[in-house]
Ligand binder design. Structure first.
Ligand code: BG6
Length: 483
């Protein structure tokens, strides 16, 4: 009986990004506005969850009429729209086998529902794919990474309306057809679970005027599940060789104490987090989720044929972002630490990043084992990395802390492979510094490549290799044998 020792030969090493965090040129060549274009940079001392992530209809209105002035970094990114050739060259120098990026739906269909696609947008991504392919880098493409076209918010309140499903499927069909030659690996929705935490970020849904925002976000999620299944159906018709993945922000919950009540709470929190991948892989809503809905008096509008669609078109692989683990407790007292849109009790065994995210490499091994045991489909880590304050001194960035973080996580990923997990690849989040999703900061840096730009977009935008650049290059060269 053979168990894989180390990473497989065709392991997909590389990095991951999202259109709205890198491209910039938010209104160039016919692109429409998206939900990401409303996220403002607010300095830490003034930032609250409400003014940053719970974007309201009044905020949107004021931004559109110009009554609300501010700096919106995701409109400007790091100007990848113009620099993609030199940036991809640097990825190639590190030996990337894969590069995850997203297509901005609003570059292809500016309002989301337009009759004809925008050729300039289609051409842009075609050029990016060609450049990647010229270096032998496999694109891994997310269809929707936190940027619903604003036209869909205006017309339908985003994913609240079933009508958005057909527009998404049309968008998917358009890009599957056009990029058939270039793209094998697709992902429908980035971190699909986030729609229930920040509905505007995850689905362009403004909930402040809705009667029951929580119920609304689950209805919007139902539409996204259907859209994901129908896009998968299309992909298989257009390109049977291609693979469709789902994507989950995997939040592993440990019980805070051995108290069975805490253990039960952790079980339920994990069930809630895994529900999303359960639907994508098994094609049905788990009973624990049905119970959750009924406990919360949420009744989904599920129409005839919906459940058959979910059952018929399931995913080929499960991809995750993994940054931290959380604690579950029935008596949530004690110190709170931050998370990616969520908070948790502090785990005394773990250190946290400068942003309070609890660093837990062993958690990655646990998560990969659990996902493999549950689903038995290939897994793909499509985001992991350390957001940190880097210092540029004499043209150098000594980011040994980033090397340490990634080394420890990749070691655990390797152990998971040796436990028997089928892992397709590992993509470091933000291989080049980019705009933070949760805080819209530039100073929260993840890259192997430094971008000379501050939180207000000021700077030369020069690309500078950090110490971690050579480390990652060597790791890829040795296929993870030399960490
Ligand atoms: C993931 C997102 O949640 O985490 C990315 O898919 C995001 O878009 C990444 O950038 C890191 O989060 P942040 O808030 O540090 O940018």
């Amino acid at each position: 009986m053979n168990i894989q020792s180390g990473f497989k030969e065709d392991f997909l090493w590389g990095g991951a990004t999202a259109a709205n965090q890198i491209e910039g040129q938010y209104d160039k060549d016919g692109k429409g506005l998206t939900s990401a274009d409303f996220a403002e940079f607010i300095p830490k001392e003034k930032r609250t969850k409400d003014n940053h992530l719970n974007i309201t209809s009044d905020h949107v209105k004021e931004v559109l009429t110009g009554e609300h002035e501010g700096y919106f970094p995701k409109r400007f990114g790091i100007d990848f729209y113009n620099t993609y050739k030199e940036d991809i060259k640097l990825f190639a120098e590190m030996g990337f086998k894969a590069f995850r990026m997203s297509i901005s739906w609003a570059r292809i269909f500016p309002n989301g529902y337009d009759k004809e696609p925008n050729e300039a947008g289609l051409k842009f991504y075609e050029d990016v794919f060609k450049t990647l392919k010229s270096y032998g880098i496999e694109p891994v493409v997310t269809l929707s990474h936190y940027e619903t076209p604003y036209g869909l918010t205006e017309k339908y309140n985003g994913w609240m309306d079933r009508a958005v499903i057909k527009h998404f499927v049309r968008y998917a069909e358009t890009v599957f057809t056009r990029y058939k030659k270039y793209v094998k690996y697709w992902i429908t929705f980035n971190e699909i679970n986030i729609i229930n935490i920040s509905p505007f970020t995850g689905g362009g849904v403004l909930t402040d005027k809705l009667e029951n925002p929580k119920a609304a976000s689950y209805q919007a999620l139902h539409h996204q599940f259907l859209a994901s299944s129908l896009a998968t159906k299309k992909l298989k018709e257009i390109n049977p060789e291609a693979q469709m993945g789902c994507m989950l922000a995997r939040m592993k919950y440990y019980p805070n104490t051995p108290n069975p009540e805490d253990v039960l709470k952790a079980l339920q929190d994990n069930q809630r987090n895994l529900m999303y991948t359960d639907v994508h892989v098994f094609g049905e809503y788990p009973n624990s989720y049905k119970k959750f809905l009924s406990d919360n008096n949420i009744e989904l509008d599920i129409q005839t044929g919906d459940l058959e669609i979910l059952k018929s078109y399931t995913v080929d692989y499960v991809s995750i972002s993994y940054y931290m683990s959380m604690l579950s407790s029935t008596s949530p007292e004690g110190k709170v630490t931050a998370g990616n849109l969520m908070n948790s009790l502090k785990n005394p065994y773990l250190e946290a990043s400068d942003w309070g995210w609890q660093i837990d490499p062993v958690g990655l091994r646990i998560v990969l084992n659990e996902l493999w045991d549950r689903y038995h489909v290939p897994l793909f880590v499509v985001e992991n990395g350390l957001g940190a304050h880097d210092k540029l001194e004499n043209g150098k960035v000594h980011d040994d802390y980033r090397v340490d973080y990634l080394k420890r996580h990749i070691t655990e990923a390797k152990r998971a492979v040796e436990d028997g997990v089928d892992l397709m690849g590992f993509l470091a989040w933000g291989p080049i510094d980019l705009i933070s999703m949760s805080t819209s900061e530039m100073s929260k840096r993840y890259g192997f490549i430094y971008v000379d730009q501050d939180d207000y977009g000021k700077g030369s935008k020069k690309r500078i290799k950090k110490d971690s650049f050579d480390w990652y290059k060597h790791l890829i060269k040795t296929n993870g044998k030399e960490l």
